[in-house]
Design a protein around this ligand. Structure first.
Ligand SMILES: *Cc1c(COP(=O)(O)O)cnc(C)c1O
Length: 230
């Protein structure tokens, strides 16, 4: 099942790229494996997946230890400062940085472990109360503050769009995030690049690609529905 799902997602990505004349290589797939067992991750791995996304520190660390070492791990969930130390040297990219305090902690731990950490700024692009992320208007200021810290590098922006039935409703938000990254890129801030746009999930990744996503984060579309313990 995972192989068929993966083939399907990769085909969809390719045709979405074609629709808007983008090179398929510009869009990378993160297999979001939260709550799923290592056996399922291995199946995805054996079918070519090398980038996985997790939203909990402990789960990321456990799977990091259990899985082959040529995988890029993406921390896509809200990150508490007291857990930063467990993942600074394990996550290839932390997508969910939305405050200076969190960035300072990442910088401190990165210095201790003598690593450089790549991050994205999480933007609350639709202004939802229930979501983490910095507001679009505060994003540039936060980027400038974080850019001055050692051992931490901003690579772009990330957003989680609202849950909608019709993905077209999220096009405006994806377009807004893209525009924000273009605007910030024009400022040529030292140590900041805006090459990465992490947006789009199972329900809306095709629209996100049409609006400029470079990473799409797909869970259900690869691994099936998640069952959370009650
Ligand atoms: C769970 C999750 C996803 C994947 O969601 P699906 O709808 O299952 O594709 C993507 N991004 C984040 C931040 C998530 O927490």
């Amino acid at each position: 099942m995972i192989k068929e799902n993966l083939d399907n997602v990769l085909q969809n990505i390719a045709s979405s790229c074609k629709n808007v004349n983008r090179n398929t290589q510009e869009v990378k797939l993160i297999a979001v494996s939260k709550t799923k067992p290592v056996s399922m991750l291995m199946e995805a791995y054996n079918n070519g997946c090398r980038e996985f996304g997790e939203n909990k520190v402990q789960e990321l660390v456990e799977k990091y230890d259990a899985m082959p070492k040529d995988i890029k791990w993406h921390m896509i969930g809200h990150l508490q400062r007291n857990k930063v130390k467990y993942i600074v040297d394990k996550a290839a990219l932390i997508h969910s940085v939305d405050s200076l305090k969190l960035a300072e902690e990442i910088s401190r731990e990165a210095i201790k472990k003598q690593v450089d950490v790549s991050i994205l700024i999480e933007v609350n692009i639709a202004g939802e109360n229930t979501k983490f992320g910095v507001t679009p208007t505060e994003t540039e200021r936060l980027v400038r503050e974080i850019a001055a810290l050692p051992n931490i590098y901003i690579k772009g922006l990330m957003a989680i769009a609202p849950y909608v039935v019709n993905p077209e409703e999220n096009r405006q938000y994806f377009a807004h995030l893209k525009q924000l990254s273009v605007d910030i890129n024009r400022k040529n801030i030292d140590n900041v690049s805006m090459n990465v746009l992490s947006m789009g999930m199972t329900g809306d990744y095709l629209v996100a690609i049409e609006e400029g996503a470079t990473y799409v984060r797909v869970g259900t579309g690869i691994f099936g529905e998640r069952q959370y313990p009650v």
